[in-house]
Design a protein around this ligand. Structure first.
Ligand code: SF4
Ligand code: SF4
Length: 439
């Protein structure tokens, strides 16, 4: 047996070893078993521990360890969902003193594109003023103790880099350590901006959406005052970011109409960037507000996703890390969204309603905050679903439905399997490098 990934630190410190008794055990429903070319992987989706075994015999020989580390559980009288709920509540309590460590900062609601699917249509295109940027940094200083993650968001956040500079400069003055991510269309990432991103914003990850090959992209984005060269500029900018070792996550917005075109785009990206270690690409079905996705949409989705998997663009972007405490920023007590006018919210899709406060006061609307924490009840399938420890579905989320679909389950399960495989592959590469160094 080899330990590929240890359990999360919190479990190391708080979860006692399960004593092996003289009773019957079964594999936990929340353990994912994956057969590889050279053995078997067992991944515990509660603790995040990933183990490799040469064979079933190897698993049997390590049975006591597997009981102690909660891979095997008593056949009788053990409710796994209740156990996970208990652990999650305990961990959330333990972290309650930690303050806010993640801020989505909307630098502007203005944008240089006019995507047909934009959910911010009709929202006033206001930008953050320098005064609000200063108050934002002071708010962060008052509410954060640890290192903070800033996510620049818009509109197109790069239309207002002045406030990004200012917030970072103030955080430096306050001695607050930070790093940042950005969601952008990438058009304004010139060489100077990339340098600033590294040195001032401490930018680690960029998410850029592409909708298709050049002409499809230009039609979907409908840039204001388009020169017709935006697609090529964005590809050049992606290259500059990758060369600067900033992780780029390309999101392919997909619907049934553009799948073949996205496959063509993928060939262009592969040709240009190869398997750059800083590049991940994933496909995202444009949300169907009318109801569930159609079979046609699902078929197209898998066609593209399979290709992305084969080309290894869907990596362990989120390495399997066991139980989660929240779905997203909206139900996390450590995350806030700040709009250009200084209003505080919980979800980046809401800039005017369902807001909880403002950077100008310490008051928080606890009734709205409570609404953001309301979760859908467990359904009967959850009892046997390996995803339960990481599956939290909040009622206010516009992307969630009351009941999960087969597609939702299958897709998340597949992503978890890819992440497990990727984690194992990385471990093998690392091990081979170490062995090489020793010889
Ligand atoms: S994916 Fe569905 S069945 Fe599985 S835990 Fe989530 S809600 Fe329950
Ligand atoms: S849309 Fe849903 S997942 Fe995204 S931030 Fe809002 S609540 Fe969270």
């Amino acid at each position: 047996m080899e330990v590929i990934r240890q359990e999360q630190i919190w479990f190391r410190d708080h979860l006692v070893r399960q004593p092996k008794q003289n009773i019957k055990y079964r594999l936990s429903h929340f353990v994912v078993k994956q057969v590889t070319d050279d053995g078997i992987l067992l991944y515990n989706n509660v603790t995040g521990c990933l183990l490799f075994f040469k064979s079933e015999k190897d698993i049997k020989e390590n049975f006591i360890f597997l009981v102690e580390y909660w891979f095997y559980l008593p056949v009788d009288s053990f409710n796994e969902c209740d156990w996970v709920d208990f652990l999650r509540t305990k961990r959330i309590d333990d972290a309650s003193h930690q303050g806010i460590n993640s801020y989505v900062i909307m630098t502007t609601l203005d944008c240089n594109a006019r995507c047909f699917y934009c959910y911010e249509k009709g929202t006033p295109r206001i930008s953050m003023t320098e005064k609000n940027a200063l108050v934002t940094s002071e708010y962060i200083q008052r509410h954060s103790t640890n290192k903070v993650k800033l996510t620049w968001f818009g509109g197109e956040p790069l239309l207002n880099t002045v406030v990004m500079d200012l917030i970072c400069q103030k955080l430096n003055d306050f001695g607050i350590s930070y790093f940042s991510h950005i969601i952008t269309n990438g058009l304004l990432f010139t060489r100077n901006i990339v340098n600033k991103a590294i040195n001032v914003w401490k930018l680690k990850r960029v998410q850029i959406t592409l909708d298709g090959t050049e002409q499809v992209y230009l039609r979907a984005k409908a840039y204001v005052n388009s020169q017709g060269s935006e697609f090529q500029i964005v590809l050049d900018n992606i290259e500059a970011l990758l060369n600067s070792k900033i992780a780029v996550n390309i999101r392919l917005n997909q619907d049934a109409y553009n799948t073949e075109d996205l496959l063509e785009l993928l060939a262009i990206l592969h040709n240009r960037f190869g398997t750059n270690p800083y590049l991940t690409i994933y496909n995202h079905l444009l949300f169907n507000f009318e109801g569930d996705y159609t079979q046609e949409q699902i078929g197209c989705y898998y066609k593209l996703k399979n290709k992305l998997t084969v080309l290894e663009y869907i990596k362990g972007y989120k390495l399997p890390n066991g139980m989660t405490d929240h779905q997203c920023m909206a139900d996390s007590s450590h995350s806030l969204v700040i709009t250009p006018s200084g209003i505080i919210g919980k979800c980046e899709h809401f800039t005017e309603e369902k807001m909880i406060g403002s950077i100008f006061t310490e008051d928080i609307d606890s009734s709205v905050l409570k609404m953001w924490n309301e979760r859908y009840d467990k359904q009967k399938e959850c009892n046997l679903c390996p995803l339960y420890p990481t599956c939290i579905r909040i009622k206010m989320c516009p992307n969630q439905k009351k009941h999960c679909s087969d597609f939702y389950r299958k897709d998340r399960m597949e992503s978890l399997n890819i992440a497990i495989k990727y984690c194992y592959k990385e471990w093998k590469i690392h091990k081979a490098e170490l062995t090489g160094l020793e010889n």
